[in-house]
Design a protein around this ligand. Structure first.
Ligand code: COA
Length: 175
């Protein structure tokens, strides 16, 4: 097997643009896309970006708060853009932007954005180090700097969740 390189990689090498069409099977009775469907596309798009950076199998560790700012209607085109913002040791943050396009007019609107963290694993399921990210543009440098604060915040929240789960609690259906 070839030696893995851990040299820094440009952020743009991980860039992914994915295009989907909102079909009747993706919608609720109002004719707008299910949030869960958009989340699945976000996860896939971000996962491809993470894999492009790590060139390893990656799993989703977390997705930060997700806000849907505008509905996306049946028949519209969904454009998802993802790129790695920062790589840490075995994990990396990926940013995703979601836009909806009216396919008849070409008009686009911003609908949502998300930050996801992926962890790289080897064939045995052990975590593996990934290359650092080399941001180049001003936007990439800004996202790189901001990613550190988000990482600290989400790890703190993960630890709070673990403490809640670890605390003894009474059975749900106590009489
Ligand atoms: C994600 C997973 C590999 C992390 O392993 P772990 O032993 O719990 O995590 P650790 O505390 O040792 O941290 C490992 C790395 O993951 C990061 N991490 C772990 N949990 C995280 C979370 N909830 N959010 C963000 N980053 C997280 C840590 O910061 C660390 O990063 P670093 O190596 O870059 O410093 C493990 O929890 C797992 O396998 N989860 C299930 C993944 C899955 O099935 N996803 C859905 C389908 S793909």
């Amino acid at each position: 097997m070839p030696e893995r390189s851990l040299s820094p990689k440009p952020a743009c090498e991980s860039y992914v643009e994915m295009t989907e069409l909102v079909l009747p099977t993706h919608t609720n009775p109002l004719g707008t896309a299910f949030g869960g469907q958009i989340m699945a596309w976000i996860d896939i798009c971000a996962g491809i970006a993470a894999t492009r950076h790590a060139r390893e199998v990656v799993v989703t560790a977390s997705m930060d708060d997700l806000h849907f700012r505008a509905p996306i209607y049946q028949g519209e085109v969904v454009i998802l853009k993802a790129q790695v913002n920062r790589a840490f040791h075995t994990s990396m943050e990926v940013g995703v932007r979601v836009e909806a396009e009216n396919s008849l007019t070409g008009e686009r609107r911003y609908c949502s954005s998300a930050y996801l963290t992926f962890v790289a694993l080897d064939a045995e399921g052990n975590r593996v180090p990934i290359p650092p990210l080399a941001p180049e543009t001003e936007d990439e440098k800004r996202r790189y700097e901001e990613a550190e604060a988000r990482r600290l915040y989400r790890l703190e929240r993960r630890n709070q969740d673990r403490n809640v789960v670890a605390r003894p609690h009474p059975p749900l259906h106590q009489k």
